[in-house]
Design a protein. Structure first.
Length: 210
C-alpha cells in the first residue's frame, strides 16, 4: 500500500562547496559584464543630453531619465555582486577551515596510533637505562685513556722536590768556607839604580851639606 501523498521522491542533494563556488564565480562574471554594459549606456545617455542641451530640451531630459535608470540598475548590480563575492569568500573560508580540521584530525589519529604501543613508565625506564649506559661508557673511556704506571700523587712529588731543595741548600752552606783564598796581588819593587841629577841641582846640594 502506497503511503499517503504518493511516492515521496528522494531528497535532492545540495551542491558541494566546490560546485557552489564555481556557480558563484560564473554569476559574478555575468554581473561584471552587466556593469560594463550599464556604464557604457550611462556615458552614451550623458553624451546625448549634452548634445541636445538647450536645443532640444525634451530629448535631453529623456536622455537624463534613461541615465538615471541605468545608474540605479548599476547600483543594484554592484550590491548584488558584493553579496555574491561575500558568499563565495565565506564558502572558500569554510572549505579551507574544514580541510584544516580534517588534516588536524588525521594528524591526531596518526599521533595516537604512533603512541598507542608506548607506555610512559617504559619510556622513563628506557631513558634511565640510556643514562646509566652513558655513565658506564664514560667510565670505560676514562679508564682506557688513563696512562698505565704513571698514576702518582702530586702531593708526594711536591714533598720529594722540597726535600731535594733542602739537601741542595745544606750542601751549599757546608762548602762556603772550603773555597781557596785567592793569592795576594804582588806590587812592582822600587828600582835600585839612581836617577841622574838634573842640571842646577848640584850647587844646591853643596850648600845644604855645609
Amino acid at each position: 500500500m502506497l503511503a499517503k501523498g504518493g511516492i515521496r521522491g528522494k531528497k535532492e542533494k545540495g551542491p558541494t562547496p566546490e560546485e557552489a563556488i564555481q556557480k558563484l564565480k560564473e554569476t559574478e562574471k555575468i554581473l561584471i559584464k552587466k556593469q560594463e554594459f550599464l556604464e557604457q549606456k550611462i556615458q552614451q545617455e550623458l553624451q546625448m543630453a549634452k548634445k541636445h542641451g538647450t536645443k532640444n530640451k525634451r530629448a535631453a531630459l529623456q536622455a537624463l531619465r534613461r541615465k538615471k535608470r541605468f545608474e540605479q540598475q548599476l547600483a543594484q548590480t554592484d550590491g548584488t555582486l558584493s553579496t555574491l563575492e561575500f558568499q563565495r569568500e565565506a564558502i572558500e573560508n569554510a572549505t579551507t577551515n574544514a580541510e584544516v580540521l580534517r588534516t588536524m584530525e588525521l594528524a591526531a589519529q596518526g599521533m595516537k596510533k604512533a603512541y598507542q604501543d608506548m607506555d610512559i613508565d617504559k619510556v622513563d625506564e628506557l631513558m634511565a637505562d640510556i643514562t646509566e649506559q652513558q655513565e658506564v661508557a664514560q667510565q670505560i673511556s676514562d679508564a682506557i685513556s688513563r696512562p698505565v704506571g704513571f698514576d702518582m700523587d702530586e702531593d708526594e712529588l711536591l714533598e720529594e722536590l722540597e726535600k731535594l731543595e733542602q739537601e741542595e741548600l745544606a750542601r751549599e752552606l757546608l762548602h762556603v768556607g772550603d773555597k781557596e783564598e785567592e793569592p795576594p796581588i804582588k806590587l812592582p819593587g822600587v828600582p835600585s839604580t839612581h836617577l841622574p841629577e838634573e842640571p842646577g841641582t848640584q850647587g844646591y846640594s853643596l850648600v845644604s851639606r855645609t
